[in-house]
Design a protein around this ligand. Structure first.
Ligand SMILES: [Zn+2]
Length: 82
């Protein structure tokens, strides 16, 4: 009876390992790649290119805009309203 439990436990462990390996293989490539650190984005106000990480992000009407500074974001919003 004890042997049966050990065999069952071993099979269960094997099943877990195999399942884990399959899940890892199936994982989309994009998730492991992560973020692109030095992606350049254009400021729609002053047309400057700034690294995405240090930009000021604003969501306007569902779209994300990246600005070099809060000032530019403000100006861009004011220009849109005209
Ligand atoms: Zn700017």
């Amino acid at each position: 009876m004890l042997r049966l439990i050990i065999i069952a436990a071993a099979l269960y462990l094997l099943y877990r390992i195999l399942k884990g390996a399959l899940v890892q293989k199936r994982r989309p490539v994009d998730q492991t790649r992560g973020e692109i650190i030095d992606e350049l984005v254009q400021d729609p106000n002053c047309k400057l290119y700034i690294p995405s990480r240090s930009s000021v992000k604003k969501v306007i009407e569902g779209r994300t805009y990246s600005f070099c500074s809060e000032e530019c974001a403000k100006r861009y919003l004011e220009d849109r309203e005209k």
